[in-house]
Design a protein around this ligand. Structure first.
Ligand code: CA
Length: 237
């Protein structure tokens, strides 16, 4: 089944290359050369993935990323950026990108990231099409309906991206166990590269902002200084 991808990229050579390489992994991609075209295509709906360049002739890809994320909570967004400072990377993730690639990137890396993001779309769709069962995780006011991929905190629904949900579910299934950022990349993202640990930090910050009553004093996803993170242990007794 073909996946519909929007590539937002003003450099025609890069746009064409990305389009061709995504066609190899089953994606039917359209290219928008600026933010205005991108907004128009996005508004038409029916997308499985957005590949979004940072520097656009009529705007900042980060602004678009934030807009798309607010309008489509679970649509995977892969940012492309020519800037490689850590700050730029983190900012991309803070505004709602699921992942990013720094130019120049390899074809294999692009395809691997896209496939990983699309697998999560698939999981969401399957979950939506599956009749609900009773698999639920509950901890101190946080409820996870695994089959429906629905999360409630104190009875209120919380909208998570696919990756945020996977991260939370992974934690909640291993309460009390400490995971390093590299282990989380491996288990939740499905890849494990030096230098991407801040991807984990950013997602945890976003997850906390959504689920924690007091994000600065987390109750569910706890920092273990110098090591990584863990999900709170079940109450004694
Ligand atoms: Ca550009």
């Amino acid at each position: 089944m073909q996946r519909r991808v929007l590539i937002v990229e003003d450099e025609p050579d890069i746009a064409r290359l990305v389009r061709e390489h995504l066609a190899d992994v089953g994606c039917d991609a359209v290219v928008a050369a600026d933010a205005a075209q991108a907004r128009a295509r996005f508004a038409a709906g029916d997308l499985d993935l957005v590949v979004l360049d940072r520097m656009l002739p009529d705007g900042d890809g980060l602004v678009l990323c934030g807009e798309f994320r607010r309008a489509a909570a679970t649509l995977p967004i892969l940012m492309l950026t020519a800037k490689s400072t850590e700050l730029d990377r983190v900012v991309g993730l803070e505004v709602g990108a699921d992942d990013y690639l720094v130019k120049p990137f390899s074809v294999a890396e692009l395809q691997a990231r896209v496939k990983a993001l699309l697998r999560r779309v698939e999981a969401l769709r399957e979950a939506a099409a599956t009749p609900p069962n009773d698999e639920r995780l509950e901890h101190d006011g946080l409820e996870i309906d695994v089959q429906r991929r629905a999360v409630h905190v104190a009875g209120e629904p919380v909208e998570l991206t696919a990756r945020e949900f996977d991260l939370l579910l992974f934690f909640a299934r291993h309460p009390g166990r400490v995971f390093s950022r590299m282990q989380l990349l491996d288990k939740v993202w499905g890849y494990n590269h030096e230098g991407y640990e801040h991807t984990v930090n950013s997602h945890i910050n976003r997850l906390r902002a959504k689920i924690e009553p007091e994000p600065a004093r987390p109750r569910y996803v706890l920092t273990v200084w110098g090591v990584g993170y863990k999900f709170a242990e079940p109450p004694a007794g």
